[in-house]
Design a protein. Structure first.
Length: 187
């Protein structure tokens, strides 16, 4: 059985992963939610204005009432500005299986920030919440996302044809996963 804790703050060397607030709307909008390049492989269109971002954040704030809802703002410790988002979703409660997804502002690409955030979420998932397996996938046209998964210790498991529809159409996806035992053995 999963031990849900809700979206608790997680610190890493450079980052603070924390709950979003309504005050994060401008940062989220400016850093990633309005950027067509960041949204290219997402299931949602770039936000047209801050009110769209504010509405999403409002929905997440309501969802924080559920201990099984995990949605973090990725912030730099130095200024607490949201530069990205990372989530953990329950795929199957009985199987202790979850999946994770993330996005980060283009200005922060290639700095290891997303891998650092993902490693922190995996540690939380296995050590705190009791997950046995965490999955993730990315468009085969976005190999940089796969590198993030690999850096976090996830293993390529195969390709799923037309796994999801993003703003550019149906995408084949590279599937990755990590098991609790693999994670614990690497520590």
């Amino acid at each position: 059985m999963l031990k849900h804790k809700g979206t608790v703050a997680i610190e890493t060397k450079r980052l603070l992963l924390r709950r979003f607030t309504l005050d994060d709307a401008a940062g989220a909008y400016n850093n990633w939610a309005s950027d067509p390049e960041v949204c290219r492989y997402m299931r949602w269109q770039p936000h047209k204005d801050r009110s769209e971002t504010l509405n999403i954040l409002g929905a997440w704030l309501e969802a924080y009432a559920r201990d099984s809802f995990y949605q973090w703002a990725v912030t730099l410790k130095e200024n607490d500005e949201p530069i990205g988002a990372i989530c953990l979703s329950v795929v199957n409660e009985n199987d202790l299986c979850g999946d994770t997804a993330y996005c980060i502002g283009r200005k922060y690409w290639g700095q290891g920030i997303t891998a650092e955030a993902l490693k922190a979420v995996l540690a939380f998932a296995f050590k705190e919440a009791g997950f046995n397996r965490i999955e993730a996938y990315h468009s085969v046209n976005n190999p940089a996302s796969g590198k993030v998964m690999q850096k976090a210790g996830m293993v390529f498991e195969g390709t799923a044809r037309q796994k999801y529809k993003c703003i550019s159409g149906f995408e084949d996806s590279a599937m990755y996963a990590i098991l609790r035992e693999d994670y614990m053995n690497k520590e």
